[in-house]
Design a protein around this ligand. Sequence first.
Ligand SMILES: CC(C)(COP(=O)(O)OP(=O)(O)OC[C@H]1O[C@@H](n2cnc3c(N)ncnc32)[C@H](O)[C@@H]1OP(=O)(O)O)[C@@H](O)C(=O)NCCC(=O)NCCS
Length: 284
Amino acid sequence: MDKVPGSSIVIRDVESAGELREVEELQKQIWGLPDLDVVPLTQMIAARTAGGVLIGAFDGEVMVGFAYGFVGMEDGKPAHHSHMLAVLPEYRNLDLGRRLKLEQRDRVLDQGIELMTWTFDPLQSLNAHFNFNKLGVISDRYFIDFYGRDATSFLHRNGTDRLWVSWMLTSARVGDRAAGKGGAGEFPEAAPLVELSEDDSPLSGDMKEALSSSAAYIEIPMNIGEIEKRDFDLAAEWRAATRNAFTQAIGAGYLVKEFFVRGGGTRRRGAYLLVPKGIGGDLA
Ligand SMILES: CC(C)(COP(=O)(O)OP(=O)(O)OC[C@H]1O[C@@H](n2cnc3c(N)ncnc32)[C@H](O)[C@@H]1OP(=O)(O)O)[C@@H](O)C(=O)NCCC(=O)NCCS
């Protein structure tokens, strides 16, 4: 397929029952979900009517991506929990993911809600870059096997650990990132919690030292999907090492603030930067 220009794609509400069925189909196509795990039309209609948001990216009549979320509560205040965001593979890197999030943000702000949350697998470098760099989220919650151990999608073979991220919709940070300004900047002086070693395996740092420093980092490989296919035990080692580092650091009061892509060639890797809350870690 020739790539269509992203600008010709329209972001708008998902309207008819036929379009809602397309959202069900996209879930199966993108995450490989079995029927029972697909969020059905009835639930989407109920959540949307109760204040949720369901928008699609349309190439003419064809839906090529969507964002779906519902109203939740966070610390006693209304928040929007974004449950799904997806763009068909042949339409990726056209800025549609970002445009869907910005439209979702506008809808939620119009409701007077200032916080959006969602979850993602912290071993997925693309999602980490998208969430932290392009959108400006932060995170101080890590869930072990959030959807259980036996979730069926092909994305879930290595467990379902998730970072719960907060997108503070009215913050200067989010405004800047959404406008394509700012960004993580230079990688600062920081102590390693987990590093990518020469043989691609995770190397754990000195936890005590890292968690008494003003900044710590957790590296991840850029290609966890490939590693899962080639050497599942290695992928499981990455899950165990990063789970241990995130849970200990967050438990010790650190906040996940940025994601960097470091190095080049075979040494290209991702790195989450964590800082103690209250010392450069509060981002209202
Ligand atoms: C996440 C997703 C919605 C992004 O959609 P998209 O339309 O491609 O998003 P955008 O074009 O706005 O941005 C994609 C960014 O990821 C970057 N990217 C692409 N592949 C990457 C990789 N392997 N590692 C790191 N970054 C990557 C792109 O370069 C781009 O960033 P840039 O603008 O700074 O260059 C899409 O990849 C998707 O549907 N994934 C499967 C479903 C999923 O994981 N959903 C959960 C999202 S939290």
